[in-house]
Design a protein around this ligand. Structure first.
Ligand code: PHE
Length: 396
């Protein structure tokens, strides 16, 4: 362990030495004259740097991996088309392991050390909330592809997202439960350590009660819990017709399996946090008859989306999920904002992002509102036989 560390440091030292040597021309040749176009003392930046942070490992690994794959596809296309303002785009990607502390560490690195022009991430709202202040304080635009908690963009005027927010998503599922499933008594099972889960549960409750529904039980779990049977048993006693679980896929799938073991046969309802191929691997047949809201559905025939699905599947040997689509859109919107600004400047880019109207993304049309959020419709999907199919789309 110790030997490895020393070796790592040495390697870094050598690399740093190389860079230094190049810079001063080894001390023998005079420095090259500045290019005529560079009016400012700082050298013109040759590469557009996209900083990416996400959960590439851990219980939410598919969130980070899918998002990164979507971003990779966007960057490949940008570079194949000559880059942005004639400059190549490069991504610098860090794994935050699904931990807010690591989100802070990695984004600090991206912003202060790597000096990226824009930060893309995170998926989970708690991690976006942890890292957004770093981008804001350093005036580096951050675009979250898929964090839906409203507080994320409230951090400040450099923080944007390309997805809808949870007051809307909660209303979508409440409306669906009341009008489509026609249920009156619903239980809520929330992750008490997740800003996303806590917020979405509250928005759902409010909207469901407005529609005449009743929350008959409100239970909670924590990130590392594996056994949910005592809370499930407590909910079962209240005879809910459906149970709303606004959590992330690993735990949601386990919760529903355990519920079926307890002979609880009602539909479970959830939000975008269910979105993962792993949901089906873990949950299997237990998920049949459950519903969740989401950003996109691969059943949607829009040609932009179908073309993306084809390209993505060819490259990654699996169809994209909504995270991949939103990752792609966040990167493409970043490039679009730089083009509109006409220069590689973080503040000019921020100003252009704020003005985004009618941007044609693969996930849909992105209109950035006053709060730097995108207003978009949501889809509701039904799970049957290991797949989620389109049921309805609900517009804001
Ligand atoms: N919206 C979730 C959050 O804010 C993240 C998420 C988005 C998860 C899309 C899956 C799909 O935490």
């Amino acid at each position: 362990m110790r030997a490895l560390k020393v070796a790592g440091l040495l390697a870094l030292g050598v690399m740093a030495g190389c860079v230094e040597k190049k810079k001063d021309g080894g001390g023998t040749t005079p420095p090259a004259p500045a290019p005529a176009s560079a009016a400012a003392p700082a050298p013109a930046e040759e590469t557009v740097l996209f900083g990416v942070y996400g959960s590439m490992t851990g219980a939410e690994a598919t969130f980070g991996i899918s998002t990164k794959q979507g971003i990779d596809l966007a960057v490949q296309e940008l570079n194949a088309g000559g880059g942005v303002l004639g400059k190549k785009v490069k991504t610098i990607v860090y794994d935050d392991q699904g931990k807010p502390e690591e989100a802070v560490t990695t984004v600090t690195k991206l912003v202060t050390q790597d000096k990226v022009h824009v930060v893309l991430g995170e998926v989970a709202s708690s991690r976006s909330l942890a890292a957004a202040p770093i981008c804001q304080n350093n005036k580096v635009p951050m675009i979250s592809p898929s964090s839906t908690n409203p507080r994320v963009t409230e951090t400040g005027d450099y923080i944007f997202r390309v997805c809808f927010i949870d007051p809307f998503q909660g209303t979508v599922m409440a409306e669906f439960a009341a009008a489509h499933l026609k249920v009156k008594n619903v239980a809520i099972f929330r992750d008490k350590g997740s800003d996303y889960s806590m917020g979405l549960a509250d928005y759902f409750q409010k909207a469901f009660e407005v529609r005449g529904g009743k929350i008959v039980a409100d239970e909670s779990y924590s990130a590392n819990d594996q056994d949910f049977k005592s809370q499930l048993t407590a909910m079962k006693g209240k005879k809910p017709e459906a149970i709303f679980v606004p959590g992330y896929y690993t735990q949601v799938a386990t919760i529903i399996r355990q519920a079926r073991e307890l002979k609880m046969e009602m539909p479970f309802l959830g939000g975008d946090g269910w979105e993962s191929s792993k949901l089906f691997e873990i949950g299997g047949k237990a998920l049949d008859g459950c519903y969740f809201s989401n950003h996109t559905s691969n059943d949607d025939p829009r040609p932009e989306l179908q073309a993306f699905i084809k390209k993505y599947t060819e490259q990654f040997k699996e169809p994209p999920d909504s995270l991949a689509v939103l990752g792609y859109d966040s990167a493409m919107l970043a490039a679009d904002a730089i083009r509109r600004a006409g220069k590689l400047d973080r503040t000019a880019m921020r100003d252009e992002l704020a003005k985004t109207k009618g941007y044609k993304g693969v996930s849909g049309t992105v209109n950035i509102d006053e709060q730097r959020n995108a207003t978009k419709p949501a889809v509701v999907l039904k799970i049957q036989d290991g797949k989620a199919s389109f049921v309805t789309s609900i517009a804001p």
